[in-house]
Structure formats: C-alpha cells, structure tokens
Write a protein that binds this ligand. Structure first.
Ligand code: CA
Length: 242
C-alpha cells in the first residue's frame, strides 16, 4: 500500500488532504510541523510527502534540505503560498518533485500526486478499467462506451472515477461534494444532482440512469461490476502507450 505523509499546519486543509488521499486508497499520516514530519518519515517511510512550506517551527525548506542531505530521495510535493515565485524556485532547486500554489483544487492535487507516483513507482492500481460497455483510462481521464470516446468534463470524470473505483458503494451528495470539488467552492447538493444528470446523459440517454443509481434520498452508486482491463486487449485504446 502506498503511504503518504501530509505535513500541513492548517487543520481544515490537512483534514481535506487526509480524507481525499485516504479515499483514493492511500495509507495517510498527517503531522503539523517539520520535526514531527522527519520523525514520522523515520518511523514509517513515506512513498510521497505532501509538504507545506510555511510551518510553525521547522519549515518545509528545512525538512526538504534535511531529507536530501541524508540522500533520501523520497518524492516531495510542495505546497506554497500564492505569488512566492522565489519559494517555488528554491523548493525545486532543493530537490522537490513538484509544487502546488495555494489555493489549489483537490482535483489538481490528486492529479499531481498520481503523476509523481507514476514516475516514481510501478503501477499499483490498474489504470484501465471496464464495466459493462464502458472502458476507463484513469490517468488519461478518458472514458469510452463501446469504443467510442465520451466527452466528459474533468469534474464529470472525477465523479465517475469516484463511483467506478468504489462500485457498489453509495456516496452521499455531501461526500461527492467533498471529494470532487474545491474546499472553497461551496456548491450546493443540487450541483451534484446536476452533474450526475449530465453524466448519466453522456453515458447514454436510455441506459445512463441504470448505470448510476439514485439510492433513496442518500446519494449515488455505480451498480455494475468493474474490473481491470487486460492490457493486451486488441484495439487502439489499449495499444496507446503511457
Ligand atoms: Ca502553513
């Protein structure tokens, strides 16, 4: 299991990162300062560290410098304040793998985390899935039905990804809002319904409602079994090289 260490002293952002990374199936540990970060990484080595630069005592630069001085090449994704160009340059020159400028969207963070892990680790989860007539390429944010591409927005794909990677499980509107929208976006539960309606229509007017079921007043669920797609599958889809 991929283990991610989150170092962030802002409690609400920290919790958001922990929830989302945990939901993606990563093992997550969170600390709020540099010294506990180094201790936590020493005790349970992380596969990736999400590292805030501005921390109360030992800042992100010092954590990164300490790691690299120890020849520890653990991938590091820096979280930096808006407009601090020199911080980003300094972070990258110290050996950070990537950075995100606050405020960032959860979608963007998950994409960066996955990109870094793809570069640094073998694939742990099948990137291509199939379910009924649908095929999904998660890293590419692509979905097809009977081989034909579906024109999904990134948000629709994100909703779809949440549902298909947890097929059979019901997701409340609140849960979907938290997982697929930025923390400061504050859309209403109705927004989820609208996006799900659009997604159903794109999946197929006549069958879409059957793929994503509405569960009482609770939320939504993908009901069809989802399985990895064999990489040797014939056709242009599977022949594309990542
Ligand atoms: Ca901070």
């Amino acid at each position: 299991m991929i283990h991610i260490l989150v170092v962030e002293d802002e409690p609400s952002l920290c919790q958001l990162l922990v929830n989302n990374l945990g939901f993606e199936g990563y093992s997550v540990e969170a600390v709020d300062d540099g010294v506990p970060a180094l201790a936590a990484h020493g005790a349970h080595r992380a596969d990736l560290i999400v590292l805030d630069l501005m921390l109360p005592q030992l800042d992100g630069f010092e954590v990164l410098r300490t790691l690299r001085d120890r020849k520890d090449e653990v991938p590091v994704l820096l979280l930096t304040a808006r407009g601090e160009e020199t911080d980003r340059v300094k972070g990258l020159s110290l050996g950070a793998d990537d950075y995100l400028v606050k405020p960032f969207s959860v979608l963007e963070l998950m994409a960066r985390v996955k990109a870094i892990l793809r570069r640094t680790r073998p694939v742990d989860r099948p990137p291509r899935l199939r379910s009924g007539p649908f095929q999904f390429n998660l890293p590419r944010l692509e979905a097809r039905r009977d081989g034909r591409p579906l024109e999904l927005t990134p948000r629709e794909f994100r909703l779809l990804e949440i549902l298909i990677t947890h097929a059979g499980r019901t997701h409340s509107r609140k849960e979907l809002l938290q997982l697929a929208w930025e923390p400061d976006a504050r859309p209403s539960a109705r927004t989820v319904d609208v996006h799900i309606a659009n997604l159903r229509r794109k999946l197929g007017e006549e069958l879409g409602a059957a793929w994503i079921t509405t569960v009482g007043g609770e939320g939504y669920r993908w009901i069809t079994p989802v399985e990895p797609e064999p990489s040797t599958q014939a056709g242009g889809w599977a022949e594309r090289v990542d």
